[in-house]
Design a protein around this ligand. Structure first.
Ligand code: CA
Length: 239
């Protein structure tokens, strides 16, 4: 196979980071693992590089000069062309609320500096798998929600609902098993994959995002929180 062909198929990772030694280390490791790498040293450059190079995933540092990683992430999510783009936020902070904040601004995952490179690689692979898994066929229906798996579209009472890649897989999993209660660990296994370590609390953040996207003001909440047990897709109220 010509070189050009094989490099076309390698996923492209955009590394947004202002610390040059860290960029060098990330580039070295990512290329060794079979990824292509683009770089951006600040938020504005990141948005330009995203538009120009159409990366498969963005590794986004929180602390950047001028525009924070959070703001870059918000802008990525606001634009129709990039709102599905997988984003992993890199944070040097360790406060729990910051990790949750990273996810709440629309990042798909986060990793705390300093991190083990194997941990980062596992997260990148898992997220690429979630975002790029071959589409299943058919339409799933529950109550007033219809999920067109082939077209990757969700509608509620005819209104189209936009979901990020993780929320889409979560809803797909729930809609395949309506009424069943799943623990956070079961959801992590089913949606994130068994080979990746994610804190169970991460599930809560994605459930919150799924609810927010799914539930209009007049809609019934179809995700039931079952205290000490987990979550289910059904119409009974949360207890
Ligand atoms: Ca930085």
């Amino acid at each position: 196979m010509p070189d050009g062909m094989s490099s076309m198929m390698k996923p492209l990772i955009l590394v947004v980071e202002d610390e040059a030694p860290l960029v060098t280390m990330l580039r070295y490791n990512l290329e060794k693992q079979g990824f292509r790498v683009e770089e951006a040293a600040d938020g504005q450059e990141a948005l330009t590089r995203i538009a120009e190079t159409k990366p498969d995933l963005v590794l986004l540092d929180w602390m950047l000069p001028a525009m924070s990683g959070i703001e870059v992430c918000r802008q990525i999510r606001r634009k129709p062309g990039t709102r599905d783009l997988p984003v992993i936020m890199v944070t040097a902070r360790t406060e729990d609320s910051d990790a949750v904040r990273a996810l709440n601004t629309g990042a798909d995952d986060y990793i705390v500096k300093p991190f083990a490179i194997e941990n980062l690689m596992a997260r990148i692979r898992a997220l690429l798998r979630r975002a790029g898994a071959p589409p299943a066929k058919g339409t799933l229906k529950f109550h007033d929600i219809a999920m067109d798996l082939a077209a990757h579209r969700v509608q509620r009472q005819g209104r189209s609902v936009h979901l990020g890649p993780t929320e889409f897989r979560l809803l797909e999993f729930f809609m395949q098993h309506p009424g069943r209660v799943f623990s956070r660990e079961e959801l992590l296994d089913a949606v994130w994959g068994p080979d990746i370590h994610v804190e169970p609390r991460t599930v809560d953040v994605h459930i919150r995002r799924l609810r927010k996207s799914l539930n209009g003001e007049a809609d019934q909440d179809v995700i039931r929180t079952v205290r000490a047990a987990g979550y289910a897709l059904d119409l009974e109220p949360s207890i």
